[in-house]
Each structure stands twice: as C-alpha cells, then as structure tokens.
Design a protein around this ligand. Structure first.
Ligand code: AMP
Length: 288
C-alpha cells in the first residue's frame, strides 16, 4: 500500500492512472476507521482497479466549538485496517497543504444545506464538506467516489454538487453498517463512555419506532414525529439536536408519508453528537 502525503504527488499518480485508463475509486474518510468505512472500500474494490482512501480530518467542516480537537485519531491502526482491506493508496494530506493561508474559494450547495445538520451545525459545515470533496476530486481524479448513507444529507449534497459543477465522478452511496445492537457505526462512538454507550441507541429506537408505526399504517408525519421524539427523550441523558421526516430528494419536511421519506435525527449524549437515519416509505423497506 502506498502512502501519499503531498498534493503534487497525488495529482501526478492520478494523472498516470488516467493516462493508462485505469479506473480509480475514491473513499474519502476522516480516519478512526471502522467497518462502515471498510464497507465502502469493499464496494470500491469490486468496481475499480485502484482504490484510494483519503484520511484527512478536515478542519473546515468543524464549526467553532465543535469537536475538531477531540475527534478520534488512530493513524497507525487506520493504516493496518486500510492495508488489510486492500486499499492501494492512502492519501493523507496535511491541513497546511490543503488550506493555504491566502485561499479565497469555497463551494456551497445553497438549498439542500439549509435543513437537518445545516440548521444544527450551520451551513458552514457543508461548505467545509463540499469544498474539501471538490478538492479531493481534483487531486485524485476518481472515476467513482463512495459515500455512506449514514451521512444521508452529505450524500445528497455531494450528488447535487457533482451534477451542478459537472464533476466527471459517479457517486456511489452505500448502506449504513451497524453494531450488533443496531447503533450506527461512527468514529465518534469511541468517545462514548462505557456507561452511556448502551443509551446511545435511543435515536435508533426512535427511528425504528417511526418505521414500525408507518408499517402499521400511520402516515401522518406529525403523529410519527411526536411518538418518535417521546421515545428518544425517555432517557434523560439524551438531548435531541433535531428529528425530521423529510423528502430524501429535497430534504424538506413532509406532512404525509405517501412516498419514500428520510427519517433523520441527531442527538447529543455524553458530550458526543451522533446522527442516524432510516429511508422508508409506506410500503417499506422494513429492514435496514
Ligand atoms: P467519516 O470518516 O465519518 O467522514 O466517514 C467517511 C465516509 O464513511 C462517509 O461517506 C460516511 O458516510 C461513511 N460512513 C461512516 N459511518 C458509516 C457507517 N456506519 N456505515 C456506512 N458508511 C459510513
């Protein structure tokens, strides 16, 4: 496995693969790897000759007061996991190289970032995400890039950016990988204390309740929302950052569930912010 830290070296390698018409897939991550990340690698490897994983804790997508400093960093373990998963190139740029002091350019998807995490974290979070992903696309020139449904809004926002700016990249969105008890895998789970870890399931339980009520015929979004919220807030260790039942395309709230919806939430527990979602319609799917 090759490790590339310098931007010109990454671009030169990418150019070389492009010239030889070798398909290159990109899996962007912020490290602290878990099976969710590795599922993206697995999919990437089935569809591309070369798999590049970027490992970069992107300062631009953390808003002031967020957990940039305490974000888990497990570099040597990440390298072992990436190598074992069959990653060909780890791209690990420094923040100084990625963000020059005189930079003046960002990318913003204006509408889709107004909702969900765009409210609780602010649209600046997504400006950080789209700007870094656009830079990674320019540095790695992937034919395909792999993202998780775990960050459902991020996937929709990036898809919009790719269409709007004509990036020659196919975006592949992969299913959420969960722990045995159903908790969505996340690098931030490492920051949960063992005592509170089981209670982090509250969001998942609220989302599953919404799905079960829908299965039993309840399609009024407000009723679903109220029951889901009540379920999550049963545990007083939990703060709800947001909970919404939205169109998976526009991310705007729906009143009635007559088509696929995204039930998406964010909670805070033990000083850790966790997100999760379920994509479901009146006819299912009932499992995920
Ligand atoms: P992160 O390192 O958290 O920025 O995540 C890097 C990529 O992995 C993003 O596209 C995430 O959506 C994806 N990802 C994170 N957690 C999971 C998970 N539990 N299942 C599937 N994909 C995930």
């Amino acid at each position: 496995m090759r490790i590339i830290e310098k931007l010109p070296e990454m671009q030169a390698a990418a150019r070389d693969y492009q010239r030889r018409q070798v398909d290159l897939g990109l899996v962007p991550t912020m490290g602290a790897l878990h099976d969710g990340h590795l599922s993206l690698v697995k999919r990437c490897r089935t569809e591309n000759t070369i798999t590049v994983m970027s490992l970069f804790v992107n300062p631009a997508q953390f808003m002031p007061g967020e957990d940039y400093d305490s974000y888990p960093r497990t570099w040597s373990q990440d390298l072992e996991l990436a190598e074992a998963a069959g990653v060909d190139i780890v791209f690990h740029p420094s923040a100084e190289d990625m963000y020059l002091p005189r930079r003046q350019t960002t990318i913003q998807v204006h509408e889709l970032t107004k909702y969900l995490c765009g409210i609780s974290r602010g649209q600046g979070h997504f400006i950080g995400v789209t700007t870094v992903v656009a830079k990674l696309f320019n540095l790695v020139s992937p034919r395909r890039a792999y993202f998780g449904q775990k960050d459902a809004q991020q996937a929709v926002v990036i898809q919009r950016m790719v269409i709007d700016l004509n990036f020659p990249v196919e975006i592949v969105v992969c299913p959420i990988i969960r722990e045995a008890d159903g908790l969505a895998m996340s690098s931030r789970n490492r920051n949960l204390s063992p005592a509170l870890r089981p209670r982090a399931l509250a969001l998942r339980e609220g989302l599953v309740l919404g799905r079960d009520m829908l299965r039993q015929g309840e399609t009024d979004a407000n009723t679903l929302f109220n029951h889901m919220c009540e379920q999550i807030l049963r545990d007083d260790a939990i703060e709800v950052d947001y909970l919404h039942i939205v169109s998976p395309e526009t991310l705007q709230d729906v009143e009635k569930v007559d088509d696929l919806v995204l039930m998406a939430g964010a909670i805070r527990i033990d000083g850790v912010r966790l997100i999760d979602n379920i994509l479901v319609g009146p006819d299912g799917p009932w499992e995920d």
